[in-house]
Design a protein around this ligand. Structure first.
Ligand code: PEP
Ligand code: MG
Length: 570
């Protein structure tokens, strides 16, 4: 059987399917007869034992001490006497079934903790929630599925993946991913691309694929094969071989200097989401970090990372980049990025809601903790601060004032930091792009976030596959807007880069060079390919191309023209 899909990360995978669903069921509020109570308690005890066992196993397999601590905390919750008594009481005295007894006891505590002022206590609600789901799943007899440590190579199949699922998955064993939902610039897709894992979006995939079905994920031509025949399999082994050869060929450019044929130098920087060695692997072949998506540090924890923990991470990134600039983007939560450690109200339009800087203004304790950690880290290297979701000059002024306050507190406490730390913004909202002439006077630098800029400029949800044909990366109006920003930054002689996914597309990257942008930031997996394009390119030609495309009426015209002009360089 073959199905068409949307390519979210290129490549080919041939492995058995592993169906992943996270367990989330709210039990019915039902009562039981007196003679069933003993059995109900027995089933609860069995679920408790299974859950504890699972947690012990996970803890034993983890090398990371910090992550192991989370699971110790979960074991403690399961053993908590107050909750345990309450569940037993609910079954024995009130006559409720064991699933409702577990659910109602946990929900009661989740509500209490969720309403507490102190954020450290509030975060414990997320742990309780996790344990509650685990207990209910064990009670239902459903085996656990985790993505961090897998025993054999698989193609992961899921309705949808949270960025935190994707960030935690076993990169060795997950050879391909099929999802039913997710746009090309969803954070799961961005992570899959940075890991080099082929990812296809196929409607109703979960219904069509059974566990262990052999799959071919052709994320080069956008086709999914379920239980392919022998001949197809043989063809695909060859196709996969040719793709690997192509990747090897491009990878020869990894260590070269990114210099155009006329001698123009371009800085290639890295996009990272953690201080993990796998993410910073290409540090020596780049000029620094152009985008450190710090929210991923928060996503990996069940509690908000402390100032000291953040300081440690930021310092380790600075030390890995040995004096090169590291651009730390402050917390960008909201949209498709949710935090287990900070429960936030559900919004109807999360991408247009309380996201990123807006959320930080509301949670100034969290924002200031991050700024303190970042400023303290700035004493150890060239750390820069960049604010996401800036929609007006006021947003920037307000963020800068908070930075000034935190600086003052550090001075009073005689804690050293870089007094001249550079402050910049992401240009990802059209309004601030059109105020480039004003914002350029205030900031030290800016970076264009094409993922959100495309979404907000073209009024198209970056996550919604049903409108993905409206998410047009090559829309000529988008290039006109970026051209305007580039002109203003050039006039003011201020640094401008591009750090959205478009910077890792050789066709678009050539246009950015033609617009005078000399800094591109991307995941490690794309560095070699972009260097190849730069080394084959002449800036005068790039300028001509960049000028020409702004006159085209449609994205298709732009794409065809770029392919015609640049295909030999990619
Ligand atoms: C962007 O919007 O282009 C960007 C780089 O930020 P993120 O993808 O994390 O929203
Ligand atoms: Mg963004």
């Amino acid at each position: 059987m073959t199905y068409n899909g949307t390519i979210l990360s290129k490549g080919i995978a041939i492995e058995s399917a592993y169906l992943y669903t996270s367990y989330h069921v709210i039990p019915d509020k039902k009562t039981i007869a007196d003679d069933e109570k003993a059995q109900a308690v027995g089933r609860y005890e069995k679920a408790k034992a299974t859950a504890s066992n699972e947690l012990e196993n996970i803890r034993a397999r983890l090398d990371d001490a910090d992550k192991a601590k989370i699971f110790t905390a979960h074991i403690d919750i399961i053993e908590d006497e107050a909750i345990d008594d309450e569940i037993r009481e609910s079954i024995n005295a009130e006559g409720y079934a064991e699933d409702w007894a577990i659910y109602s006891a946990y929900e009661k505590y989740i509500k209490i903790l969720g309403g507490v002022e102190d954020p450290m206590i509030r975060e414990r609600a997320a742990d309780l929630n996790d344990v509650e789901k685990r207990l209910l799943r064990c009670l239902a007899g459903i085996p656990e599925k985790r993505l961090e440590k897998l025993d054999q190579p698989i193609v992961l199949v899921a309705h949808d993946l949270n960025p935190s699922d994707t960030a935690m998955l076993d990169r060795e064993m997950v050879r391909g991913i099929v999802v039913e939902k997710g746009g090309a610039t969803s954070h799961s897709a961005i992570i899959a691309r940075s890991y080099g894992i082929p990812l296809l979006c196929v409607e109703k995939a979960m219904q069509m694929i059974a566990p262990d079905n052999l799959l071919i994920v052709d994320a080069l031509d956008g086709v999914l094969y379920i239980k392919p025949d022998m001949a197809t399999l043989v063809d695909y082994e060859k196709k996969r071989g040719r793709w690997k050869e192509h990747i090897n060929d491009v990878s020869r450019y990894l260590s070269v200097q990114p210099v155009c044929t006329d001698g123009t130098k371009v800085d290639i920087e890295l996009n990272i989401g953690s201080a993990k060695p796998e993410e910073m692997g290409n540090a020596e072949y780049t000029s620094g970090v152009g985008l450190f998506r710090t929210e991923f540090i928060y996503m990996e924890c069940n509690t908000l990372p402390t100032e000291d923990r953040q300081l440690e991470i930021y310092k380790s990134v600075l030390s890995r980049f040995e004096g090169k600039p590291v651009t730390l983007r402050t917390l960008d939560i909201g949209g498709d990025k949710v935090l287990e450690c900070l429960k936030l109200p559900i919004e109807q339009n999360p991408f247009l809601g309380k996201r990123a800087l807006r959320l930080c203004f509301d949670h100034s304790d969290i924002f200031k903790t991050q700024l303190r950690a970042a400023l303290r880290a700035s004493a150890y290297g060239d750390l820069r601060l960049m604010f996401p979701m800036v929609s007006s000059m006021d947003d920037f002024y307000r963020a800068r004032t908070i930075v000034d306050e935190v600086k003052e507190n550090l001075r009073e406490a005689h804690i050293s930091f870089n007094e001249k730390i550079k402050l910049g913004i992401m240009i990802e909202i059209p309004a601030i792009a059109l105020l480039a002439d004003h914002i350029v006077k205030e900031v030290d630098f800016a970076s264009i976030g094409t993922n959100d800029l495309t979404q907000y400029f073209l009024a198209v949800d970056r996550m919604n596959t049903s409108v993905s044909n409206y998410y047009q990366n090559y829309h000529p109006a988008l290039f006109r807007l970026i051209a305007y920003v580039a002109r203003e930054f050039k006039k003011a002689n201020k640094q401008l880069s591009v750090c959205g996914e478009l910077s890792s597309d050789p066709l678009a990257a050539a246009v950015f060079i033609g617009l005078g942008i000399r800094k591109l930031s991307m995941s490690g997996a794309f560095v070699a390919g972009i260097k190849k394009m730069i080394c084959s390119m002449n800036t005068a030609d790039a300028e001509e191309i960049a000028k020409h495309i702004q006159d085209f009426p449609t994205a298709k015209h732009v794409e065809n023209y770029l392919k015609e002009m640049l295909s030999e360089f990619i």
